[in-house]
Design a protein around this ligand. Structure first.
Ligand SMILES: Cc1cc2nc3c(=O)[nH]c(=O)nc-3n(C[C@H](O)[C@H](O)[C@H](O)COP(=O)(O)OP(=O)(O)OC[C@H]3O[C@@H](n4cnc5c(N)ncnc54)[C@H](O)[C@@H]3O)c2cc1C
Length: 423
């Protein structure tokens, strides 16, 4: 019997399996597809997150010219970009996957689907779709945000970030050469009626060799913005700037939950990654968090196994949850969720003013917020400072909330996910 059985074959599963293996823990995995199958999503990250881990070599693309637009567009003043002066990158997906697989070493990955989990006093049995079953002291569910094996409270509708994008060639560059655009909130291409609808922005990057990725994105909303609306808006935005697509290389439909409630931290099955609600509720990022938090979690499990080799599933899971979601991290998560809830009620103009204030904070502060790397007291101070530097209508929205324009529906409202972007 192995010490740990990891469910899933995405970034979270590989990360935690590799960290456990590095610490001498006996681990096996159950993944729905062969473990070296290419991942469907592309992952973006601020380059300094990888530099701090000495992993910047895992980037396939890197941009220093990183900007956003928070003006309404249509005039020299409203078209001014805000430079972020912080490098952004896209992972080389297969390099990241190989990096973790290499750290996993010799390890068994059963190609199957975990179907049922039965927790006993000493161990846990996972029965798969094939009928086969596997037993381990601890099961870690890393099978993504759609996992049905975990208990989590129902806090009502879960907001989803939706995006529609294309990797394509164009009659003229949709953004400047060598540039990365985090958020283009210009809205001069929209009709007055469209400006009253849920806001969307452009996320775009120059991939080199005349290829660009352009994606119309909504921050987060319940129900999520429909793909057809995003596609139509992207087209409208490009046409307004005299840009036409000449050849589509890849089309992306993105939808994932931003404010999934934290799982029940007392349950005897542990989780990691999307299944453990580790996606940053305000920014949508997670891969940096995996790389930062995986080693600590693995260390806690390995130590618990070493100190008390007979520890049962529930006690091991408790140890894991305590480390993964420490009180400090739970509080930070609540603050991010609070922020997201407020922003979801903002219209386009209010969001533009909010983000202008947000990115006027020091780079350490805004990037620390987006990557969840600020200690709680500093995060609280930042939020207070942000409130103080914001215009009065943004302050009012942050305190009272803004009226919601749409009736909420439970997550998921449709099942599409494929490559896309966090905010
Ligand atoms: C479209 C999109 C774009 C994103 N972009 C970014 C980004 O740019 N940067 C960033 O940091 N984050 C991003 N995220 C957020 C987050 O990093 C990703 O969702 C990430 O893929 C989550 O990793 P995961 O391993 O937890 O889950 P997943 O990547 O969803 O992997 C789950 C794995 O488990 C397998 N599985 C599912 N059910 C079972 C089962 N019953 N038994 C066995 N295996 C099972 C699946 O086949 C899959 O291999 C994005 C998310 C999405 C959806």
């Amino acid at each position: 019997m192995d010490d740990v059985l990891v469910l899933g074959g995405g970034p979270a599963a590989l990360c935690i399996a590799s960290e456990l293996k590095q610490r001498g823990v006996a681990v096996s995995g159950i993944a729905a597809d062969p473990i070296d199958d290419p991942w469907p999503n592309t992952y973006g990250i601020w380059a300094k997150e990888l530099e701090q881990l000495d992993l910047a070599n895992l980037l396939e693309h890197r941009w220093s010219d990183t900007i956003s637009f928070f003006g309404s567009g249509g005039s020299a003043q409203e078209d001014q970009p805000i430079p972020h002066q912080l490098d952004y990158g896209l992972f080389n997906r297969s390099a990241l996957q190989r990096y973790w697989l290499k750290r996993c070493g010799e390890m068994t990955w059963h190609v199957d689907r975990a179907h049922q989990i039965d927790v006993g006093q000493d161990d846990t049995k996972v029965t798969c779709a094939s009928g086969q079953s596997h037993v381990a002291r601890l099961v870690i569910d890393a099978s993504g945000h759609r996992s049905t094996h975990l208990q989590r409270p129902n806090h009502g509708p879960v907001a989803g970030q939706a995006a529609y994008g294309v990797v394509a060639r164009f009659n003229r560059p949709p953004i400047a050469s060598g540039q990365f655009v985090l958020m283009d909130f210009r809205s001069d291409h929209l009709t007055a009626e469209q400006r009253r609808e849920p806001p969307t922005f452009l996320y775009a990057m120059d991939l080199g060799q005349d290829l660009f990725f352009v994606e119309e994105t909504s921050l987060a909303l319940a129900p999520p913005v429909a793909q057809e609306v995003l596609q139509q808006r992207l087209q409208q935005r490009l046409t307004h700037r005299g840009v036409a697509i000449t050849a589509v290389e890849h089309e992306e439909h993105c939808l994932f939950p931003m404010n999934l409630p934290l799982p029940d931290l007392q349950q005897p099955v542990l989780a990691f990654g999307g299944a453990a609600s580790m996606v940053h509720p305000a920014s949508g990022y997670m891969v940096g968090a995996l790389l930062r938090r995986g080693p600590g979690l693995a260390e806690a499990i390995a130590s618990a196994l070493a100190v008390e080799p007979r520890l049962g599933s529930a006690a091991l899971a408790r140890e894991g949850w305590r480390t993964l979601w420490s009180p400090e991290l739970v509080w930070r998560h609540r603050l991010f969720q609070f922020g997201l809830n407020r922003l979801m009620g903002f219209n386009q103009a209010l969001l533009r003013r909010f983000f202008s204030s947000f990115f006027s904070l020091s780079q350490q502060d805004w990037s620390g917020f987006l990557t969840n790397t600020l200690p709680l007291p500093r995060l609280m101070a930042l939020m207070l400072r942000l409130f103080l530097v914001s215009p009065w209508d943004v302050r009012r929205g942050l305190v009272c909330g803004a009226p919601k324009s749409q009736a909420p529906v439970p997550w998921p409202s449709n099942g599409t996910t494929s490559p896309g972007s966090p905010v």
